[in-house]
Ligand binder design. Structure first.
Ligand SMILES: NC(=O)c1ccc[n+]([C@@H]2O[C@H](COP(=O)([O-])OP(=O)(O)OC[C@H]3O[C@@H](n4cnc5c(N)ncnc54)[C@H](OP(=O)(O)O)[C@@H]3O)[C@@H](O)[C@H]2O)c1
Length: 354
């Protein structure tokens, strides 16, 4: 009966029936444009030592998915080649050696090195987090990658302190919307850059003290004006090349410049070192996906203990995942086009057929 319901609901959505050993997953045969993406029936994974099988209700899109689809960002060794760095759903099976933290049927959300955009994914149990009270499964799918990244950038790498000023580039990206709220939670002052008035207004609603449209003004000069000439203590930079000179110009003495993406290119030309040295600036770089399991488990545990309680309706300074659109996964091509056009404010969520 259960199998029939599953097949019928898949059929109702125009999907092929799937046997119990198989599942539907987002797939591309060749790297290239969004038109290469489709759903494919592939074998369902089974959990290994210390792993849990998660039945996925929702996943979310990340910039990394676009790069992987274009053939520019291979999954780390051992990771699934299926797209999807995060997912929410229910625990469906426990592998050998699980420590008893999770039981079958528990709702959970997970950080993943890949594989989230499928009906099932296996994940080390230490990468799972409980879903905060008052947060839906679709909202939960938008938390792991963006929020763990923003938390890591601010606290583990940027060493944010109350009173610090933090310049957040791509302030309305998935990561940016999390970083604005976490900066406020830390008692620091978020400033953002973004490419439209609409995005800047949204940033203000999320708690940004000021926002600069990088297409219309020099964000570096505007930042110096806002900070009365001292510059910012921390820059969260996913742009890289095209912003380097402006970044170093508006960095405070002893400031921390955390580079975590290269949307503005990888090459620079000019006296970066002398300018950075004159500020005694710290340039820190990071990639989360390629970090080892021990580091990720530590990050997930610290975030779960220190930050997750703030998502609950009881919290005085409530954190909220910002969702722009929720697509059925059948619309995966549309979702990629939307992100590629820089239209999203916050996250794009994908719902999997149940
Ligand atoms: N290192 C890590 O561990 C890690 C982890 C997660 C994400 N990331 C990186 O974080 C960044 C954000 O990821 P996401 O998934 O949250 O992104 P997203 O939601 O797709 O948002 C990206 C936004 O960046 C802005 N942008 C794009 N190209 C730009 C350019 N050349 N110059 C200035 N702004 C540009 C656009 O907004 P505007 O309209 O404002 O231009 C775009 O909407 C990406 O670079 C991603 O690779 C890194």
């Amino acid at each position: 009966m259960q199998r029939c319901l599953r097949l019928c609901s898949a059929r109702n959505r125009g999907l092929s029936p799937v046997s119990t050993e198989n599942m539907l997953a987002v797939h591309f045969d060749q790297p290239g444009g969004p038109e290469n993406l489709h759903l494919k029936e592939v074998p369902k994974p089974s959990p290994g030592e210390g792993e849990v099988l998660l039945k996925v209700v929702a996943s979310a899109l990340n910039r990394a998915d676009l790069s992987q689809r274009q053939g520019q960002y291979a999954p780390p060794p051992g990771a699934s080649s299926i797209l999807g760095l995060e997912a929410s759903g229910h625990v469906a099976e426990l592998g050998p050696g699980c420590q008893g933290h999770w039981k079958i049927g528990d709702p959970a959300m997970a950080l993943l090195p890949g594989g989230g955009q499928a009906q099932y994914v296996t994940v080390p149990e230490g990468f799972l987090m409980p879903i905060p009270e008052g947060v839906s499964l679709s909202q939960a799918a938008a938390i792991p990658e963006a929020w763990l990244t923003a938390f890591q950038l601010l606290h583990l790498l940027g060493n944010v302190q109350a009173g610090d000023s933090v310049l957040i580039h791509a302030g309305l990206s998935g990561v940016g919307t999390a970083a604005i709220q976490l900066t406020r939670l830390a008692g620091a002052i978020p400033l953002v850059t973004a490419g439209s008035q609409h995005k800047l207004q949204m940033a203000e609603k999320l708690g940004a003290a000021a926002g600069f449209n990088y297409k219309e003004e020099d964000f570096s000069e505007a930042t110096l004006r806002f900070t009365k000439g001292t510059g910012v203590n921390i820059i969260l930079d996913c742009i890289g090349g095209s912003y380097w000179e402006k970044n170093v110009n508006c960095l405070a003495l002893d400031g921390r410049w955390v580079l975590y993406g290269l949307m503005g290119g990888a090459n620079i030309s000019g006296p970066l070192f002398s300018k950075l040295l004159s500020k005694r600036g710290n340039l820190i770089t990071t990639l989360l996906r390629s970090r080892d399991n021990k580091y990720k488990q530590m990050l997930v545990k610290t975030f779960t203990e220190q930050i997750l309680p703030h998502f609950s309706t009881e919290s005085l300074q409530r954190l909220l995942p910002v969702l722009d659109k929720v697509y059925p996964v059948t619309k995966i091509q549309e979702a990629h086009v939307y992100m590629e056009k820089n239209k999203n404010v916050g996250k794009i969520v994908l719902e999997l057929p149940q």
